[in-house]
Design a protein around this ligand. Structure first.
Ligand code: UD1
Length: 419
């Protein structure tokens, strides 16, 4: 199994190109099921999650053409041959549960494996199912699968919490339903807005995406479209943290502040200098130690849970004590014990971690349980004495294209070892 070896690095200098957004791309790929005409996606990130979802879509009958070394995907769902999303694939990629809304919207029928829990929590799908039921779907759970069927009609769906996946599933189901669906307490994430923009380009009638109320008026059919995947704000934030740990200055190409305003505010409060340039976002470490800053994760436009681990890695070196509160997932401090093994001073109580900065960490072999936890350990390793070895690199391949190449490009001392 591959490993990544990180040595003390910095100060960093140079540019990092930010890829298309994984989470957006996966939902756009699912949306291709809604039309019998091709959906062409550009700026597609080359990630194992994209390959896994492609495999699932192909098992449903979607034909996928790959151009430009996989940066462009032409997804053609002209003839669907199956409406069964098998456990073997859904368990590998939770986002594949988002074929449910498009499948039932297009064919009136879907059988989709329940995704089950994962390393960061139970991650229920009850809001997805309640939303579809409100629209008239018959939903049964049997042998670990969701059996959903029915001609959907518009309804009012109010989520108890602005779930990203549930908003996207219900929005996709609603675009071809009879009548108007009003989604209240909807997710406002840029990914959800980008999905709505793509559906609109395909002929859907959607208003309010990006706000807490989305109105979808059903249409008879959707047509093909070509759509560009937006910049990955989580990859962007991850590389913005790199100079925060290793020092120096990095320009993240394609980055814009509106994607990450709350995160940028906290980075600045810690002492980093952020400038919007014509090409992207530039982050500069002014030298000395950063200040400890408190963070509470929240749905967009709040501080993203997907950047909490990286920010914690940075706070391990800050002056003072920072309190990081995780409000989205119940078990998202799996990186903390690994950082503690490297000498970090972290006290986790329930959903709150108190991080008191230390002068330096010591390298250690570490193991990560999810994508963002893994990358936080690599970032921490850039300011640790010795050689940090990060195992289970497959987590990183799910969400970071050319991670090692991009970090090396700005001078980081990072290497991937194959076995
Ligand atoms: C998406 C992102 C993920 C990000 C998360 C929150 C994708 C592929 N993944 O995940 O990277 O961390 O948003 O920004 O887009 N919940 C329920 N019942 C439901 C649905 C959700 O209780 O039916 C709970 C979840 O357990 C969790 C919270 O709501 O505690 C937020 O989940 P949600 O917004 O749905 O996250 P995902 O769409 O799974």
């Amino acid at each position: 199994m591959d490993r990544i070896v990180v040595k003390r690095s910095g100060p960093l200098s140079g540019q990092i190109p930010i890829a298309g957004a994984k989470n957006t791309c996966l939902k756009l790929m699912c949306a291709s099921l809604l039309s019998d005409e091709p959906l062409t996606l550009t700026n597609v990130p080359r990630l194992s999650d994209v390959a896994t979802l492609s495999e699932l879509l192909e098992s449903l009958g979607v034909q996928i053409g790959r151009l430009d070394e996989g940066r462009t995907l032409a997804l053609s769902a002209t003839d669907l041959t199956s409406h069964l999303a098998h456990y073997d694939i859904v368990r590998k990629l939770r986002a594949s549960f988002n074929v449910l809304g498009p499948l039932i919207g297009r064919t009136g029928e879907a059988i989709v494996s329940l995704p089950g829990g994962c390393a960061i929590g139970a991650r229920a799908v009850d809001f997805h199912l309640e939303g579809l039921k409100a629209m008239g779907a018959k939903v049964d759970l049997k042998d670990g699968y969701v059996y959903a069927s029915g001609d959907l009609k518009g309804a009012e769906v109010e989520f108890p919490f602005p779930s990203v996946g549930a908003t996207e599933n219900v929005m996709c189901a609603a675009v071809r339903a009879r009548g108007t669906t009003v989604i209240k307490n909807a997710a406002r994430e840029p990914d959800t807005k980008a999905l709505a923009d793509c559906l609109i380009a395909m002929g859907a009638d959607i208003e309010g995406a990006g706000t807490e109320q989305i109105v979808v008026r059903g249409v008879d059919r959707l047509h093909g479209a070509t759509h560009r995947v937006i910049t990955d704000r989580i990859e962007l934030g991850t590389y913005m943290v790199a100079p925060g740990i290793a020092g120096g200055e990095v320009e993240c190409l394609g980055g814009t502040r509106d994607l990450l305003a709350a995160f940028c505010d906290k980075m600045e409060a810690a002492g980093l200098e952020i400038t919007q340039t014509d090409a992207g976002l530039k982050v500069r470490h002014p030298g000395g130690r950063l200040k400890a800053v408190d963070v509470t994760t929240a749905p967009f436009p709040g501080f993203p849970t997907d950047l909490q681990a990286q920010f914690m890695a940075m706070m391990c070196f800050a002056e003072g004590t920072s309190t990081l509160e995780e409000t989205i997932f119940e078990n998202r401090f799996m990186h903390a014990p690994e950082l503690i093994r490297m000498g970090a001073n972290i006290d986790v109580q329930g959903n709150t971690a108190r991080v008191t900065g230390v002068d330096h960490l010591r390298a250690a072999p570490v193991m990560a349980t999810d994508l963002r936890a893994s990358v936080s350990l690599i970032l921490a390793g850039m300011a640790a004495e010795g050689e940090t070895i990060v195992n289970r690199v497959y987590h990183l391949d799910r969400g970071y294209e050319h991670l090692v190449r991009k970090l090396r490009g700005v001078g980081a001392n990072v290497e991937r070892l194959s076995e």
